[in-house]
Design a protein around this ligand. Sequence first.
Ligand SMILES: *Cc1c(COP(=O)(O)O)cnc(C)c1O
Length: 473
Amino acid sequence: MSAIATLFQEGARLAAGFRETAFARHMPSSDYAASLAVFDEPLSAAGSDMLDVIRQLSDGAEPGLHATTGPRFFGWVIGGSHPVGVAADFLTSAWGQNAGNHVAAPAAAAVETIAARWLLDLLKLPAESSVGFVTGATVANFTCLAAARGEVLRMVGWNADADGLFGAPEITVLIGHDAHTTVFSALQFLGLGHDRVLRLPADAMGRIDPAALPGALDAITGPLIAILQAGQINTGAFDDFDRLIPPLKAKGAWVHVDGAFGLWAQASAKVSHLSRGIEGADSWATDGHKWLQTPYDCGYAIVRDELAHRRAMTIAASYLPLAGEGERDPSHYVPELSRRARGFATWAMLKHFGRNGVEALIDQCCASARLMADRLAREPGIAILNEVALNQLVVRFGVDCPDDEGDALTRKAIEKIQSDGILFAGGAKWRRRDVLRLSVTNFQTTSDQARLAAESIIAAYKSVSDSAGHGSG
Ligand SMILES: *Cc1c(COP(=O)(O)O)cnc(C)c1O
């Protein structure tokens, strides 16, 4: 066997070994400090043998790896990194294409074009929209909001892309009270300021209160960007697009939607009522590496007005033909020039699942979330604080105790769940109280896995509440 084949096979063997055992193990045995100790050595002068490097990397890293790819990983909102996407990513790395333009990487550019078309079709967004393949929803929000910034200023005769923001007409940014922190990062990067926003009040689930919009709009003049949300990070709730988008559009706003995971509701007949009206927006940010299960480093910036998208992302936009008129250069829709060919893994996942497979995946995650919610809610002392309409659960323990005791019990239950190691989920603050947050976004989380997880959570809670002298009630 050639040296390359031996090396690649060893990489594949180690990868498969990890995936097969990740099923059983939910907490890393090494934390950051322990992992640092493993790798902490001076850079060697002589270098190391190829095979040794890969084996040392695997041996050193594995104890510090979370089982994010396993069926009972409910922490943050993290997809499963499906094996088909991983294999496509191996190839992407091995091919070493620079996906900046279609001359340097014809196949990569072509596959992005097709994957973009499939995504728009699946997510029921306007077919004329352009899609940038970015690192994730943070950069997707940034990219979409850059297009928004350029366009709302262009409408009042200001070229922000050429002339910057010094002396520009002021833009009002409307955003919901419970928007994701990364959207504020995007505003920060764009010179719009993360605090220089008008926050619309939200209801108990984190949805913008539509009744608050008319009053807010009356007070606004000039360029306006409104940021709505599909899938609140804790509750999974959606803004009411049907009620919010028309008055915003009537006011001349650019409407952007952060749909990092929630946009995928569009792909399922069972939950697409949640996102009704979302196609009326101007731009949408979503992730491939959450619900579509691609490996990490994969999100999509989707913009209805392709020219606005390109103006924001490339200096040459004005003289280049639109994609419909010529070949599509991937770099015209993203901040980077040289990059990995992200379209291959997206194409592979869409090809593998097909339309029905994506729908079944979304439905399975939502059904598993519902099953866990129903089981946990039946247990005395445990309450589900959100309407479980999608895949997110906000769980509170010690509901019969005073708030501070409930906070303490909730934190203890989370510690116990994590140390038991049967599943992983983490804590969050919701409406200033401690909660356990569960996100079901893994293709392997079947009803059996959900049942096992729910029983383990209940057992962990009973053990901490008994030892705290509360009984389990
Ligand atoms: C995860 C998430 C983001 C950020 O996405 P990344 O892929 O981590 O960059 C933004 N908004 C929401 C609602 C999210 O869930």
